[in-house]
Design a protein around this ligand. Sequence first.
Ligand SMILES: Nc1ncnc2c1ncn2[C@@H]1O[C@H](COP(=O)(O)OP(=O)(O)OP(=O)(O)O)[C@@H](O)[C@H]1O
Ligand SMILES: [Mg+2]
Length: 345
Amino acid sequence: MTHGPVLKVENLQTRFKSVQRGKFVHAVDDVSIELYPGEIVGLVGESGCGKSTLGRTIVGLEKATAGRVLLDGVDLSTLSGPALRDSRRALQYVFQDPYSSLNDRQTVGEAIDEALQIDGLKSRADRDRRTKELLDQVGLADAVKDRHTRELSGGQRQRVAIARSLAVNPRVLICDEPVSALDLSIRAQVMNLFLRLQKDLGVACLFIAHDLELVRQAATRVYVMYLGKIVEHGPSQELYDHPSHPYSQMLLASVPEADPIAERQRKVPLMVGEVPSPTNPPSGCRFRTRCPMAVEDCKQQVPPALKLSPGHDAACVFAKDLHRGKRSALLEAEAAATRIDALAS
Ligand SMILES: Nc1ncnc2c1ncn2[C@@H]1O[C@H](COP(=O)(O)OP(=O)(O)OP(=O)(O)O)[C@@H](O)[C@H]1O
Ligand SMILES: [Mg+2]
């Protein structure tokens, strides 16, 4: 066991061929992240900013066009055959939709048994014992194993999908919005399950979400992603108390109010503008076309990540001011929304 990160992603880039001839979709661009054993880390950003592509590239479902993925310090691109298979198994992906990730025709027992066989567990008795253990770990009764996966509720199916991922003793789970398809009442239960798994099994978890509140509860650290790039990263509480990139401030300001009346009276905009196309990302800072603080410089160069406090950095030329408590981006965004309202009326 090392004390280093279990997963290290270095300067990862994933580009897709665009439908526009000769162009590329810059889905993930120069992303570096780390996950330590037993840690839950959040990855947040709007739709289309590249979260799933990053997760899928890490587990090998997409091919990186540059950069490296290291598991326990070993670069996966240097492995082949059984060694690569073992490493891939240590990285598991939990999908958003618990309906598409399971085979309808299988019973719960068969679904889990299949994963255990892939993991090389030969004896039937061992597999049965392990199935029971896995069901227990995800909070399902043993009797569930004889039911077809299609008969289960969304929350139960997601638990079965998680049990299948756990069957191969992964070191890292990439959880791609694993609760967004679930009823609000079930979400908290499945979230608690993730917290327990992390405590009991020490599995590290990269938790992808739109919802900052959700991540705030569960994650110790958070990465904020915008148009293929990490724009801010820090310990959860620090990032929530001192968001230091205008985009993070916008995301935080957009968390809907629980109270519908307060939500209707909201002054701060939900989100201003739309994410530009990743086929033609803006020059310099990619957020500049929506940023209420953008200046001429932001067009010219990609802002480097500035260190703000231990483990907290943000890639904005104004990051230090914003970190010092200036909420100007937020206030500016509010003013911009008022201007947009005025223009619309
Ligand atoms: N196979 C593909 N070929 C071409 N473009 C793709 C492919 N997969 C994803 N993209 C594009 O890459 C960008 C990032 O997509 P991705 O699904 O990673 O975003 P996301 O942050 O997960 O969004 P969401 O929150 O909606 O799930 C999008 O512009 C998407 O259209
Ligand atoms: Mg996604």
